[in-house]
Design a protein around this ligand. Structure first.
Ligand code: CAA
Length: 367
């Protein structure tokens, strides 16, 4: 993999102030909690109170990333926000976040939409902007943020969640992003939200097939011409977009079968390199654009410089891409871990009746 002099200089993470264990939702829906816990692999659902918006979520992650970076706002030449929780059809979420941060001037500011793939696109565009020389040594602020809510009673409800990740893209102190990546897209209506509708329309079974097809194509491209096992084993962690953890397990099993591994080998590599990266995702629930990058942030913690991480991004519709990252000298410090620890320790627990009240309040606020 080509080593390049651009990548992630700092990371900020943010989870909203409420959370509900999936067991509470199971009691409300009259479902065996093991369906959610074991069948889907879910644990907690991050939730936002009605007065807490996507702008709050995204801006706080951005503030945290900026606070750990040596530069200042004058050194930022781009702000790109990946989201599918847009608040306006014209004004980009980046403008709302820039307002909060006091960021204005000679800056390219825009929102990226491609379902859960939007954050990855924003990050790649920022890296490519730096690599091209167009950045003239300026840094980019990249944010991936979403609040994932399904209609009440929808099969996707136990997978709900929210979260935000922000990166300053500049010198690769935490990780460089490899210049080679492998994309695969194929138009489909697996998950989409028509203009004006509050909740996504989901063809659940089709979405699983699209995700698996995307994973198979991206991993095949990554390993083409080489022994797949040799390529995959060089990664310290293999991260996926996490709509729910069982989806990742199913997709990784398929990748392993294509690589020619036995079932035991697949299980062992899944346990060593895939499953551990999803610990924070189990606390956030699905956070759409942020989901993969929460897993990557977890995986980068404590890595020695030079260790590698694979990142598979999937966005319904569908588009996907696999990227490689190489840990830099400050990955070992893992300063961003305190963001999750602090948010999780401070957030309030919601029970089943509190969830009903919250959904009613969110509906009223949206009306
Ligand atoms: N104990 C243990 N396991 C149980 C169980 C029990 N009592 N009852 C059921 N299960 C298991 C089932 O056997 C099944 O496991 P397998 O798939 O391994 O067989 C699992 O629980 C789920 O059961 P169902 O398939 O019956 O679940 P469902 O149809 O009610 O809902 C879903 C599943 C369709 C994925 C739904 O959660 C959904 O629509 N989710 C949103 C869409 C989604 O996340 N798609 C993923 C790809 S798209 C994407 O990645 C973009 C994105 O972020 C949304």
């Amino acid at each position: 993999m080509t080593k390049i002099d651009t990548g992630i200089a700092s990371i900020g993470l943010h989870l909203p102030p409420l959370a509900m264990p999936v067991e509470e939702l199971a009691s409300l829906r009259g479902v065996d909690p093991d369906k959610y816990r074991i069948g889907l692999g879910c644990s907690e659902i991050s939730l936002c109170p009605p007065e807490f918006s996507i702008v709050d979520l995204a801006s706080e992650a951005a503030r945290r990333a900026l606070s750990r970076w040596e530069g200042d706002l004058d050194d930022i030449g781009m702000i790109a926000v990946g989201t599918e929780t847009a608040v306006d059809m014209s004004r980009p979420l980046s403008a709302f976040v820039a307002d909060e941060l006091g960021l204005a001037g000679s800056i390219r500011s825009y929102e990226v939409k491609h379902a859960c793939y939007g954050g990855t696109l924003a990050l790649r565009q920022a890296c490519e902007w730096r690599m091209s020389g167009a950045a003239r040594d300026k840094a980019a602020l990249v944010v991936a943020a979403d609040i994932a809510l399904y209609e009440q009673g929808d099969p996707g409800e136990p997978t709900q969640g929210a979260g935000a990740v922000a990166f300053v893209v500049e010198r690769p102190e935490i990780a460089s992003v490899g210049v080679e990546s492998h994309a695969w897209s194929q138009p489909a209506f697996d998950f989409y939200r028509p203009v004006g509708e509050a909740y996504p329309r989901v063809d659940g079974k089709l979405s699983l097939e699209c995700y698996k097809k995307a994973a198979q194509e991206c991993f095949s491209a990554l390993t083409r011409g080489e022994n797949p096992a040799d390529v995959l084993e060089q990664f310290s962690a293999i991260c996926f977009h996490v709509p729910f953890p069982k989806m990742v397990k199913k997709a990784f099993h398929l990748v392993g079968e294509v690589a020619g591994w036995t079932a035991e080998r697949i299980e062992q590599i899944y346990n060593d390199k895939v499953e551990p990266a999803m610990r924070w995702n189990q606390l956030s629930g699905n956070s759409y654009t942020a989901s993969l990058w929460i897993a990557v942030a977890h995986a980068l913690q404590g890595l020695k410089a030079g260790e590698q991480v694979a990142a598979f991004s999937y966005g319904s519709g569908f588009g996907s891409e696999i990227l490689s990252l190489i840990a830099g000298p400050r990955a070992k410090d893992a300063e961003w871990a305190q963001d999750i620890e602090r948010d999780v320790s401070r957030r309030a627990r919601v029970n089943a009746s509190g969830y009903n009240l919250l959904r009613a309040a969110v509906r009223t606020a949206a009306a």
